[in-house]
Design a protein around this ligand. Structure first.
Ligand code: UD1
Ligand code: MG
Length: 453
């Protein structure tokens, strides 16, 4: 196999984003645009990925995660040809160089694979557009062979009628690319070194020129401003929603769903409107997610029901659980099967075993809770003394009366009952009733004060 080198252009400023952040670090579906491109590039298993950066300086390399890309600085930025030229010292001697763009985030692997079929040709990714304004046009001869690419600003009125545009993405034999880039000049309307000029050079040299089209038009959409970013975000979310529908997921409205990561669904999953899924979320068979839930990095087992307005973050939830509405389940929490977590209950870093319930207004932090435990309304684990955190253990079949404070470290014995309103500071015996409560008194003859005239 010929060596594959991928050069990603990401040096542009993105003036029209009106942002202090470099354009390629703005997000689509919760991920930096450049990261999308790097991830797709990586999926082709290239020998090298070279990112050409400039504006934003080191913030660009620093923002990327899990990659093996090399970064090359382009300073100043003198055009797309000049940008690729900066990567030349990094390229392998032979093989194919594929050029991608950090602000064209949704290019897909299948499309790129089509560009790599002919190791000896220059292969262009082109697209017919109803409105080609602003793009470089693909100029062909009578036989339909590509002869050049002409930029809008350099094009004649007749050339401006051409609807086949240059997406910018192309693949070429590396050995030719080296020579072509060295011969570029900036004699044009924008005084830039155009990458597109290599096409005319290839023609002159008799190198074969192929063209391919993307599977979807949205793959080649570039982002220059917030409006285009928002449009592409919607297009992509609609595409992700369509894929879920295709698999049999029920979506109350495919236009009101946001996936910022990976959502894996089993059979007969139902998702109501306004839900946001972040990171990796797995919903097993028959899971129902009510309206306006935000779920991040979670594994939710079969038959569980998440009622509206809950927030779930880095959590494992078992089979047949009832969650929400208005539940907040924080990182490090593991709920076993048939657990019920109701409204205004916050749980952090806790394990709750089968069949236990906390249905109203509680804070449960750093707790280990057994099976069939009932936690009354308003119960709080006092897990933090201002410096250290301590664990609360509640054994199987315990019943915690409403408005109890459990001051950790503390253990509630198996089958114990805690009287409502207690402040528990010491371990409580199994099977017994424990309560700490000031005695109730009534003052006979007491008269309520009245306003002085
Ligand atoms: C380029 C193409 C045009 C094509 C269009 C598709 C050229 C000369 N023209 O035009 O045919 O239709 O893309 O969107 O290639 N960049 C750098 N360094 C530079 C200049 C650009 O890294 O010095 C990067 C930019 O960040 C951007 C990309 O290259 O991601 C394209 O640059 P841009 O200036 O937008 O080129 P266009 O004029 O749009
Ligand atoms: Mg552009």
């Amino acid at each position: 196999m010929a060596k594959l080198n991928i050069v990603i252009l990401a040096a542009g400023k993105g003036t029209r984003m009106y942002s202090d952040k470099p354009k390629v670090l703005h997000h689509i579906a919760g991920k930096a645009m450049l990261q999308h491109v790097v991830d797709t590039a990586s999926s082709l298993n290239p020998d090298k990925i070279i990112v050409v950066y400039g504006h934003g300086g080191e913030s660009v390399p620093n923002a990327l995660a899990n990659h093996s890309a090399t970064f090359v600085l382009q300073e100043p930025q003198l055009g797309t040809g000049h940008a690729v030229k900066q990567a030349l010292p990094q390229l392998d001697e032979d093989g194919i160089t594929l050029v991608l763009y950090g602000d064209v985030p949704l290019i897909q692997q299948d499309t790129l694979t089509k560009l790599l079929n002919d190791e000896n040709a220059l292969t262009l990714l082109t697209q017919n557009l109803d409105n080609p304004k602003g793009y470089g046009r693909i100029v062909r001869d009578k036989a339909g062979k590509v002869t050049s690419i002409v930029e809008e600003k350099d094009a004649s009125p007749v050339q401006r009628e051409i609807q086949e545009i240059n997406t910018g993405i192309l693949a070429a034999p590396t050995k030719y690319m080296r020579v072509w880039l060295k011969n570029l000049s900036s004699e044009n309307a924008q005084r830039e070194y155009y990458l597109t000029d290599i096409v005319a050079m290839a023609v002159k040299q008799g190198v074969k020129i192929n063209s391919e089209q993307p599977g979807y038009e949205w793959e080649v959409i570039g982002i220059n401003n917030k409006s285009q970013q928002a449009d592409l975000e919607r297009t992509w979310q609609r595409e992700l929603a369509s894929r879920l529908l295709q698999q049999g997921v029920t979506l109350a409205d495919p236009a009101r769903l946001d996936i910022r990561g990976e959502l894996i669904c089993g059979r007969d999953v139902e998702i109501d409107v306004g839900c946001i899924f972040e990171g990796k979320v797995q919903l097993s068979n028959n899971v129902k997610v009510g309206a306006y839930n935000v779920i991040k990095n979670a594994n939710i087992a079969a038959n569980t029901n998440i009622a509206p307005y809950s927030h779930i973050d880095n959590v494992e939830i078992g089979d047949g659980c009832q969650i929400g509405p208005f539940a907040r389940i924080r990182p490090g929490t593991k709920l076993q099967n048939d657990v019920h977590i109701g409204n205004f209950v916050e749980i952090k870093n806790s394990d709750i075993a089968k069949g236990s319930k906390a249905n109203h207004l509680s804070y449960i932090g750093d707790a280990t809770i057994g099976s069939r435990v009932n936690i009354g309304a308003g119960t709080i684990t006092c897990n933090y003394d201002g410096a250290n955190k301590f664990r609360t253990v509640i054994e199987d079949d315990a019943f915690i009366g409403s408005d109890t404070q459990l001051v950790a470290p503390v253990t509630i014995g198996r089958g114990a009952t805690i009287g409502a309103g207690s402040t528990i500071t010491k371990d409580t015996p199994a099977g017994e009733l424990t309560l700490s409560r000031s005695k109730q008194i009534s003052v006979t003859g007491w008269i309520r004060p009245t306003k002085k005239k």
